[in-house]
Design a protein around this ligand. Structure first.
Ligand SMILES: Nc1ncnc2c1ncn2[C@@H]1O[C@H](COP(=O)(O)OP(=O)(O)O)[C@@H](O)[C@H]1O
Ligand SMILES: [Mg+2]
Length: 233
């Protein structure tokens, strides 16, 4: 479904991605791990066509469509959902308003009601404004918004960052649902245990390159890889 091949990208002259190749298939969760500053967010931004970093080489295809060079709205219209790192929301809009502004009834799009069923906490807080929400509630809302665009593939950039364990479990449960429904997910994670619990495959990034790829079980058996690239002892 999503095929990234030989992608290089740069901020100005500073190279940030080096010949990255990676695939996400339907019904598959691929976790992208790596220490801070290794280029994970940059890769996700490159896929979304945000312009910074600039893609200088390689190909990013969704099925047969080349995404490199398309405008961000054209890419999103290809049914790629994006949950950016840091959960950007509108401070003055309520939870319900954030969701209603997206309700376009596209194929496969989640309804407001379905988002509320998946995240009951959001239903309880539907009249609260963006700046009154906890970190976990913002994350649920950001995920709900992405699902309401009816994506076939979702890119999530550190969705469990800063969340309480019960909220991490809620995000993991949603990821399981998405996989069952045949969506593909590219999941950037700092939380190794969460990634190992939900992912079908894991890619590890080091200075803008994929340096290791395998299944969660294979990774658990590779203490050397965990130490060298993730600093886990
Ligand atoms: N807007 C930017 N301009 C210049 N350099 C950037 C910009 N954003 C990130 N970088 C640099 O690119 C590298 C990768 O960053 P990033 O993709 O955010 O890493 P990660 O998400 O893995 O923590 C870092 O060295 C970071 O300082
Ligand atoms: Mg990042």
């Amino acid at each position: 479904m999503l095929e990234i091949a030989g992608v290089c990208a740069a901020y100005g002259e500073a190279r940030v991605l080096n010949e990255v190749s990676m695939r996400v298939r339907e019904g598959e969760i691929v976790a992208l791990l790596g220490r801070n500053g290794m280029g994970k967010t940059s890769l996700v931004r490159a896929v979304m066509g945000l312009g910074s970093p600039r893609v200088t080489a390689g190909s990013i295809k969704l099925d047969d469509t080349q995404l490199v060079g398309l405008r961000p709205n054209r890419i999103a219209n290809r049914r790629i959902g994006y949950v950016p790192q840091g959960r950007r929301l509108f401070a003055s809009l309520t939870v319900l308003e954030h969701l209603q502004m997206l309700d376009r009834g596209r194929t496969g799009a989640w309804s407001v009601r379905r988002v509320f069923e998946a995240f009951p906490r959001l239903a309880e807080r539907q009249g609260h404004r963006g700046n009154q929400l906890s970190g976990g509630e913002r994350q649920m809302l950001a995920i709900g918004r992405a699902l309401m665009t009816g994506p076939r593939i979702v890119l999530m950039d550190e969705p469990t960052e800063g969340l309480a364990p019960v909220m991490v479990e809620a995000v993991e449960a949603i990821l399981g649902t998405l996989r069952q429904e045949g969506l593909g997910v590219l999941l950037v994670e700092q939380n190794l245990y969460s990634a190992l619990a939900v992912a079908d495959r894991v890619c590890i990034f080091e200075t803008g390159r994929v340096v290791w790829e395998g299944t969660p079980d294979e990774l658990k058996a590779r203490q050397d890889v965990l130490e060298r690239f993730l600093g886990i002892h």
